[in-house]
Design a protein around this ligand. Structure first.
Ligand SMILES: NC(=O)c1ccc[n+]([C@@H]2O[C@H](COP(=O)([O-])OP(=O)(O)OC[C@H]3O[C@@H](n4cnc5c(N)ncnc54)[C@H](OP(=O)(O)O)[C@@H]3O)[C@@H](O)[C@H]2O)c1
Length: 232
């Protein structure tokens, strides 16, 4: 039984990670912005007593990250697997009118947040822990063939570099770091027409995370939900 921490855990991919992890007997810290409104998480907490802690976290706010770390310390928890899942996508951006606030929010949520959260939790990670960030195929520079959702694409490319840097920082402790693309998934973000059911994407990603071990030749790699490399 390992201790996981999942950010953005109240809906979509994050919630499905929590569900599947609890189903197989793990312990989970589910972090989300509005804990009182996290109805499904609160229901799961009753269904899996002692296995689920729901804690507040806005990954875009460094003070909120510090608050979460204080709670983790008070609970005397050590984290085996950190899943940086929270993310934001602004749609409908057009060139000439990209809003600096949207770009900044995307960067703060999708790139800065996962890096700072992992940095703050680093002393609370167990040796040979795993740090995973849910990235996106839209963060692949090589695959960017059109002007689509720039704030999101730019921030996810930055997230990939953030994970690479983190991987080097944590390498001496044997902590494996990975950027993981979930595929196109039916959630609020992915929409109803997306290719993959959330259950399918998450079970694939959990298999990749389960198989993840520290390898000096694979620091901060960028993989898809099937464990295949995604071009940078
Ligand atoms: N769905 C896809 O097709 C797809 C494809 C590629 C990558 N991804 C990535 O997968 C991850 C999960 O996406 P999803 O499809 O589950 O999206 P979603 O349904 O829109 O859920 C996003 C989650 O992130 C949380 N979040 C957003 N900003 C946050 C912040 N500042 N602090 C804490 N939590 C925050 C949201 O919380 P609130 O409820 O409080 O808003 C929500 O729980 C994201 O990183 C996304 O970029 C998704």
């Amino acid at each position: 039984m390992a201790q996981y921490l999942v950010s953005g855990a109240n809906r979509g991919i994050g919630l499905e990670f929590v569900r599947q992890l609890l189903d197989r007997g793990e312990r989970v810290v589910a972090a989300c912005r509005h804990t009182a409104r996290a109805t499904e998480l609160n229901r799961l907490s009753g269904q899996f007593p002692g296995h689920l802690k729901i804690l507040p976290l806005d990954v875009a706010e460094p003070r909120s990250i510090a608050g979460l770390v204080r709670e983790i310390d008070m609970l005397e928890l050590r984290i085996d697997v950190l899943i940086n899942n929270a993310g934001v996508l602004t749609s409908g951006e057009t060139f000439g009118e990209v809003d600096p606030k949207a770009l900044g929010q995307a960067f703060a949520t999708n790139a800065q947040g996962p890096f700072l959260l992992a940095q703050a939790l680093a002393p609370r990670l167990t040796d040979a822990a795993k740090v995973v960030a849910i990235s996106s195929g839209l963060g692949s520079i090589e695959r960017a063939t059109r002007f689509g959702t720039p704030s999101y694409n730019i921030s996810k490319a930055a997230l990939n570099m953030a994970m690479r840097m983190l991987g080097h920082a944590l390498a001496e402790r044997g902590i494996a770091v990975l950027a993981l693309s979930p595929g196109w998934v039916r959630t609020d973000m992915g929409g109803a027409g997306a290719e993959l059911a959330v259950e399918q994407s998450v079970s694939h990603m959990l298999a990749v995370i389960d198989a993840l071990v520290f390898d000096v030749a694979k620091i901060g790699w960028f993989l898809d939900h099937n464990g295949e490399r995604v071009p940078w």
